[in-house]
Design a protein around this ligand. Structure first.
Ligand SMILES: [Zn+2]
Length: 359
């Protein structure tokens, strides 16, 4: 099969090597990688293989130069045309190179590299995450907490519309829960607050509650409204969030995402601003859902803490039942996607509540 024209011709000016006089001409590329320069009267002025031509970089709308091996130069303003040509050139070269470069040893090297990356992902990242969690100073957690709240207040949240006495009641219940936690007890002795409760209008995130690594807990008006006057339900959700903080779930998840991003950077060489986004943007942090194991751990934490505070230990299960009855199982709203109300979860929490209550 003979070669066919592989791209639209590119119009430009041809100069022979050392000559200042240019000639209006066209550059044509054939499917076999041959590039030729044609004058207006149909004469071939030069011909070379695609790979032997040096192409100047694209800089704004500055004309491009294609230097031919015979010393000739083709100048054109058709930047897109040259880019298309270069794209072909890249493929052409890549293909030839891969054919030339194929060696079994290379394959083994690639397999080893993949295995190494997997091992890092599987073992090193979790280990490093644990170390990072334990050495993170409170000041860093506070900085993350403040940054996230600032971002969320700007992007998502509205001011709370809950009545002040309603907020006071819930806050009193929350503070009581907080003093019953190891962190809260220690903090109370030194006169600081380990956990702070914040009320916000949820905006587009709707009914939700979450906790930041520094002990900042946020509950949206929408979630409070959902529970109506059943304050125990709300306190159970807040106890669940305190559990996420006490078990360092949020910090761990944050480091895990940052660690994986760093791994991608190691492999790909470029990560854009993903790590930065994860570390600074609240929206990203809140959208991080915890693992199923972390959720179960926080559920059990709620059961235990509620029981210790003299509340119904099964209140968290009641909340999930409410979600199930209102919105169906594990479907729909944000809170459900990060806190899925599965029947298994309800059953397990109820069973654990019975167990704890019988102690
Ligand atoms: Zn949770």
């Amino acid at each position: 099969m003979s070669a066919f024209e592989a791209a639209a011709p590119i119009a430009g000016v041809w100069r022979e090597g050392g000559s200042a006089a240019g000639k209006e001409s066209r550059l044509r590329m054939m499917s076999d990688g041959t590039v030729s320069i044609w004058s207006a009267d149909g004469t071939v002025l030069a011909e070379a293989s695609l790979g032997s031509i040096a192409v100047s970089d694209r800089v704004g709308s500055i004309p491009r130069h294609l230097a031919f091996p015979n010393g000739g130069d083709f100048e054109t303003r058709d930047n897109d045309g040259v880019d298309r040509l270069q794209a072909r050139l890249g493929r052409h070269r890549g293909f030839i190179h891969s054919l030339e470069g194929f060696r079994p040893r290379l394959l083994i090297f690639v397999a080893l590299a993949v295995a190494l990356c997997f091992a890092i992902y599987r073992y090193a990242v979790p280990a490093l995450v644990e170390v990072a969690v334990w050495v993170t100073p409170p000041a860093v957690s506070e900085a993350i907490g403040k940054g996230v709240m600032l971002t969320l207040d700007q992007l998502v949240f509205e001011e709370t519309k809950l009545a002040e006495d309603r907020r006071e009641t819930l806050k009193a219940g929350f503070d009581k829960l907080a003093t019953l936690t190891p962190r809260g007890a220690g903090a109370a002795q030194s006169g600081v607050q380990a956990y702070t409760l914040n009320f916000r209008g949820g905006g587009k995130i709707g009914p939700n509650a979450f906790a930041l690594p520094d002990g900042t807990v946020v509950v949206t008006d929408e979630l409070v409204d959902l529970a109506k006057s059943d304050d125990e339900m709300i306190l159970a959700v807040l106890a669940h969030e305190i559990g996420h903080v006490d078990h360092h779930h949020t910090l761990r998840q944050l480091y895990r995402v940052a660690g994986i991003a760093a791994l991608i950077m190691m492999i790909g060489g470029d990560i854009g601003s993903a790590t930065e986004d994860v570390l600074t943007q609240g929206a990203a942090l809140v959208s991080l859902s915890h693992s199923r194991g972390a959720e179960a751990e926080a559920d059990r934490y709620s059961v235990e803490l509620m029981h210790r505070a003299g509340h119904d230990p099964a209140a968290i299960a009641r909340f999930f039942e409410l979600l199930r009855d209102r919105f169906g199982l594990a479907d729909g709203m944000d809170f459900l996607s990060t806190h899925p109300a599965t029947q298994q979860r309800i059953d397990e929490t109820r069973r654990y509540a019975t167990e704890v209550a019988a102690r």
